[in-house]
Design a binder for this molecule. Structure first.
Ligand code: UD1
Ligand code: CA
Length: 457
């Protein structure tokens, strides 16, 4: 049996943030969600999260994972003190406890699975993930004998100059035989520069404790400050983009593109430069996204294009052209083969199939039928200063340039609206609407200047 405990009670002082460190986001997920994600391979029977600083916020961020158990560490007196808080909760637990620092988000699930396997195979009391870092600043240094058995772990700030030459570091990822750990936890003392209870000190009381090096040292990057957060983002992006390209996605200029790892992309998608895909986004096969686009929590149907545009919380059906310079937000649905572009904003609006809104329009809270042509500059006046109102436009209707549709309003099917009309009343099917003052022409009329001199030099 395996239980997992995640240390997430610290404030993360070096982040200089009001938000607890573990809630800082990395590519669409919090650090803590990522660390939890690493545990998928080991199938733990219990998952405990040690919370303290801003614990309500931390708990709230994980409400979608109802199996989690939260353990309070009221004062943050160190990683050892955090683990001591587990004892009352794991009194009857028999098995291995995997402990993960909540700020090590790039660990691969496979790495944890093989660490646990070594731990079991060797029947260790503890097995610790380590690596050799060229710059080991800030990490605890792990000292071993010739058989990789750990003799001590010394925090960077507690190291002598000689000890600092050891570049084998503690990743903050551990497997423990719980019965052994539980016995020695009360022995920890805060004898160090920070006067904290260090989890790493349990190695003095346990035997055998083995160190296992992870070959890819990027996996163990701990996030203590904003610079490390940015480094982690770079590593994550490189990993994700490599994997999408392997899976048949063209990324024209990977350095200028960012992709959250919650995004799904089908093969034969082309992602042009300066494009950012975020959240629960799905890009179907044959799409061309970018240059210069942001797509967030949206689905883009097969063979559609999104050019220099922003698409948020929206669904676009296949063969649609979005942009240049379109903004879709607030649950927009675009039908098959539609064209939406050139400075068009759609908000909470549904377009049927083969409908065009091609130039300079705002449609808010509108339901538009199939094969509608929304003329250049058509605007739905959906807000009366107090409430939002809906506009309905029937199939094959055409609005003239600069039409204003004052909602609530319903235009029937096959309606034509004359250019420049301000339409305030519902329009029945098959009608022409002209809602503007008639043009007046006064022949022979000329402006008479105020000056008496009719021939200014
Ligand atoms: C820790 C390790 C260090 C290791 C490094 C790897 C110790 C003493 N040191 O150092 O050997 O190289 O991680 O990244 O363990 N936390 C609590 N309660 C507390 C204190 C911390 O829950 O009272 C949590 C933090 O929220 C964080 C994690 O424990 O998620 C690690 O704490 P942090 O202060 O970042 O430890 P490091 O100094 O990085
Ligand atoms: Ca840390």
């Amino acid at each position: 049996m395996v239980a997992v405990a995640i240390l997430a009670a610290g404030k993360g002082t070096r982040m200089k943030s009001r938000l607890p460190k573990v809630l800082h986001r990395l590519g669409g997920r919090s650090l803590l969600e990522r660390v939890l994600g690493c545990t998928s391979g080991i199938r733990p029977t219990r998952r405990l999260v040690i919370v303290g600083y801003a614990s309500d916020l931390v708990k709230e961020s994980l409400t979608e994972l109802p199996d989690l158990e939260f353990v309070e560490q009221k004062e943050q007196l160190g990683t050892g003190h955090a683990v001591q808080q587990l004892s009352p909760h794991l009194q009857d637990f028999q098995g291995d406890l995997v402990i993960l620092n909540g700020d090590v988000p790039l660990l691969r699930p496979e790495t944890l699975t093989s660490l646990l396997q070594v731990h079991k195979d060797c029947q260790n009391a503890a097995t610790i993930l380590t690596t050799q870092l060229s710059d080991a600043t800030g990490y605890g240094r792990v000292f071993c004998d010739d058989n990789n058995l750990v003799t001590q772990i010394v925090e960077d700030r507690d190291c002598t100059t000689a000890q600092r030459q050891n570049h084998r570091v503690n990743a903050g990822i551990y497997c423990f035989r719980w019965s052994a750990l539980a016995q020695v936890l009360p022995k920890l003392q805060p004898n160090n520069t920070q006067q904290e209870y260090y989890l790493t000190d349990v190695v003095h009381f346990l035997d055998p404790v083995m160190a296992v090096d992870v070959p890819d040292d990027q996996e163990i990057l701990g996030i203590n400050d904003r610079k490390q957060l940015a480094t982690a983002y770079e590593i994550l992006q490189a990993r994700l983009k490599d994997s999408w390209m392997t899976d048949g996605v063209t990324i024209v200029d990977p350095d200028s593109v960012t992709i959250d790892d919650t995004v799904q992309i089908e093969p034969d998608v082309v992602i042009e430069p300066q494009t950012h895909l975020r959240g629960q986004t799905v890009i179907r096969s044959g799409c061309r996204i970018g240059p210069g686009s942001l797509v967030e929590n949206s689905e883009i149907g097969e063979n559609s294009t999104v050019l220099f545009s922003v698409v948020l919380e929206s669904i676009v059906q296949p063969n649609a052209q979005i942009g240049p310079y379109a903004h879709l937000r607030g649950r927009v649905q675009v039908g098959e083969g539609c064209r939406v572009g050139n400075f068009v904003e759609l908000k909470n609006t549904t377009l049927g199939d083969r409908t065009n809104v091609a130039h300079l329009s705002y449609l808010g809270d509108a339901t538009v039928g199939n094969r509608v042509n929304v003329g250049a500059g058509t605007i739905t006046a959906n807000y009366d200063g107090v409430k939002k109102h809906r506009t309905q436009i029937g199939d094959r209707t055409k609005t003239g340039a600069n039409s204003v549709l004052v909602a609530p309003i319903t235009l029937g099917t096959d309606v034509t609206i004359a250019a420049g009309s301000t339409v305030t009343d519902d329009v029945p099917d098959d009608s022409l609407v002209i809602a503007r003052t008639r043009q007046v022409i006064k022949p022979g009329w000329r402006l008479i200047p105020k000056s008496t001199d009719n021939n200014p030099s």
